[in-house]
Design a protein around this ligand. Structure first.
Ligand SMILES: [Zn+2]
Length: 226
């Protein structure tokens, strides 16, 4: 029986979250949702499949969505073109408008249909501070909206959106994962991997990953070249 949905990218945060959930739930109780939204780092989908297979998650859906019509993010328009530049200095060029809103809406619709009351999302402290749709206030507000705008409003039990890492730094999340035995070499972080999926080592995401492992005095485990 499915009891929870996790937005699963195959990165460090969502993989740690999945490993943590498996302490409380049987793998058959968890539905992993991954999104192919035209991101340049498609390698993360491959990682997501690999990880759900390792954790024996039978319910893993990969949803194809298109953000290309309205997203100016360099994650989608790569390399960044002149029209693709962000409009505000307060956000990074990797911001994808309404991404988590769309992902959470999809997950909530599925939750409503399947009578699932718990959705998990692995946003971290840096994401929460940098991207508006990763903030704690957004998550809380979305939860309220989802409960008002669906059949959950008539139920005794309400939909809950859990973001347990929203106040944690990346290195704190990794520490949790290491205690759970997570093999981070299979997680994908890089925004701009090469054609074989190997990380660039230069993008913000690669740098943050490196910094987090450095903080813990651990070599950054990158997936191995075959
Ligand atoms: Zn990179």
């Amino acid at each position: 029986m499915l009891k929870s949905i996790i937005l699963f990218s195959g990165g460090i945060d969502s993989t740690t979250l999945l490993a943590s959930l498996l302490n409380d739930f049987d793998s058959n109780n968890i539905l992993c949702l991954s999104f192919d939204y035209g991101q340049s780092h498609k390698r993360e989908i491959q990682s997501a499949k690999q990880i759900t297979s390792i954790y024996s998650i039978k319910n893993h859906q990969i949803i194809t969505l298109s953000f290309t019509e309205f997203a100016y993010s360099s994650l989608i328009h790569n390399p960044v073109n002149t029209e693709g530049k962000i409009h505000t200095n307060s956000l990074t060029e990797t911001y994808v408008p309404f991404r988590n809103m769309v992902f959470l809406t999809y997950a909530s619709a599925l939750a409503e249909k399947l009578c699932i009351y718990d959705i998990y999302i692995g946003v971290n402290k840096t994401d929460s501070e940098l991207f508006p749709d990763c903030s704690q206030s957004f998550i809380k507000s979305f939860e309220e909206t989802a409960n008002y705008g669906s059949s959950f409003i008539g139920r005794s039990k309400k939909l809950r959106i859990h973001a347990p890492y929203s106040s944690l730094e990346k290195h704190e999340i990794i520490k949790i994962g290491l205690n759970l035995g997570v093999d981070y070499s299979i997680t994908h972080t890089c925004y701009f991997p090469d054609e074989k999926g190997f990380p660039c080592g230069k993008c913000d995401s690669c740098k943050k990953r490196e910094e987090a492992f450095n903080f813990l005095n651990i070599n950054n485990p990158l997936f191995k070249k075959e």
